[in-house]
Design a binder for this molecule. Structure first.
Ligand code: 3EB
Length: 401
């Protein structure tokens, strides 16, 4: 599952940098011939199905011992520190490359679609590094790219020198290939995306790597003809250790989700320029309604009110403020959706901790509002503003529709 070494697409990307518009026209024609997918199971049924997306955090041992009938419904598996080795897995397997903290060692994030009628297909577009699996309504995909491999490919684009050039190009390639898959399979709506970048806060060539990523991501949205406000997916963007590949995975849907913003926060796509020349492209949350239920995706959420970080240096206060933001998003989601009712109790959480020594303080704050049975995975990751010590994301499901 490692990102392949320089392949046809990446060479094309280098060409595209030089002769962008002419190349794009030719590429569109070429793609009609070349975007054949390899299918490892039967095509999805077009009959109305009752897909309901389910998230579980399971150990790789438990995953390995599941019956074939369980596997039939698996869309994708995400390990944390590294991709789990699972013999005979039929779904894409990736990893965020972020170390686990506390008792979470060996856990994986498993995305499944419930329902005996659901039929999944695998895809690997020939000229793409994206691995994906999908049913009629939903698609899970992942892509990992080594910046080293991009650097080795040839001269950096003018104006983007050295290492920053590799990050920018890798981001553009990743998002372009993701958007191509979504077009090909007609799951046009990106609903949730996770972005893990090695050394997210490091400066290269006078710019923080997260800000370079934001510029490239915004460019990729624009180049694909996508809107840069109101329809951006729910997202997380975190730092992984030096030397990790850039790792991005995502969920997409055939039907559009409802995007949710937080009344306590400036929308990220409207952040002022002091947070970077190009604002981040994400919505604070979104709700996806399918026939069998709804899913709530809460983006990475931190101690930000308006657009400013608050509670500098105080991890407990930052955690409380983050919970207040998630609470505001739950209320907003319930208001927007009307009948589905989300509460803290129904959510599954991932908590990104900048300094491992802060784990206890964070756990203590979360113990009060959350039931002890609440699934929470703690990961060590750098958060995308240097002054943020903690970031929390959440997923909810509701059978009511
Ligand atoms: C924030 O609220 C914190 O760039 O995709 C959270 C979730 C954050 C997603 C992203 C960034 C992103 O601005 C950072």
């Amino acid at each position: 599952m490692d990102a392949r070494l320089p392949g046809p697409v990446s060479r094309q990307a280098a060409v595209q940098g030089l002769t962008r518009s002419r190349y794009r026209f030719r590429n569109r024609q070429a793609k009609l011939l070349s975007m054949t997918t390899t299918r490892t199971s039967t095509a999805p049924s077009t009959a109305a199905s009752t897909a309901a997306l389910q998230l579980d955090y399971l150990s790789s041992d438990r995953i390995a011992s599941q019956a074939p009938s369980w596997w039939r419904n698996v869309l994708g598996i995400v390990g944390f520190e590294k991709p789990p080795v699972i013999d005979g897995a039929r779904a894409p397997i990736t990893a965020s490359m972020t170390p686990t903290l506390g008792a979470n060692g060996g856990l994986c994030e498993v995305w499944r679609v419930a329902g005996p009628e659901v039929q999944l297909s695998n895809g690997a577009a020939r000229q793409s590094r994206v691995r994906y699996r999908y049913c009629r309504e939903l698609l899970f995909g992942s892509i990992r790219i080594e910046e080293r491999a991009i650097e080795a490919e040839g001269p950096p684009r003018s104006g983007a020198a050295g290492h920053s050039g590799a990050l920018v190009r890798a981001t553009e390639i990743a998002y372009r290939e993701i958007f191509e898959v979504l077009k090909e399979t007609e799951h046009r709506h990106l609903i949730r995306i996770w972005n893990y970048l090695p050394e997210i806060n490091r400066e290269t060539d006078g710019d923080e790597r997260y800000r370079l990523f934001n510029s490239a991501r915004q460019l990729a949205f624009r180049n694909s003809g996508r809107a840069t406000v109101n329809t951006a997916p729910a997202a997380s963007a975190l730092g992984s250790p030096a030397g990790s590949p850039i790792s991005i995975y995502f969920l997409a849907a055939r039907q559009p989700p409802k995007m949710i913003e937080n009344p306590r926060q400036t929308s990220a796509y409207h952040y002022p320029p002091k947070f970077g020349r190009h604002s981040p492209m994400f919505s604070r949350a979104c709700v996806l309604s399918e026939s069998a239920g709804t899913n709530l995706f809460v983006s990475g959420t931190a101690s930000i009110v308006g657009h400013e970080t608050i509670h500098h240096g105080d991890v407990a206060a930052q955690t409380r403020e983050t919970l207040a933001n998630i609470h505001a998003l739950l209320e907003e989601a319930n208001r927007v959706v009307g009948r589905a009712r989300y509460s803290m109790d129904g959510l599954k959480f991932k908590v990104y901790v900048r300094r491992p020594a802060d784990l206890c303080a964070i756990e203590e704050v979360l113990a009060r509002p959350l039931r002890s049975s609440t699934p929470i995975v703690y990961l060590q990751a750098d958060v995308c503003r240097e002054d943020l010590l903690v970031e929390i994301e959440a997923t909810g499901e509701s059978a009511e529709c």
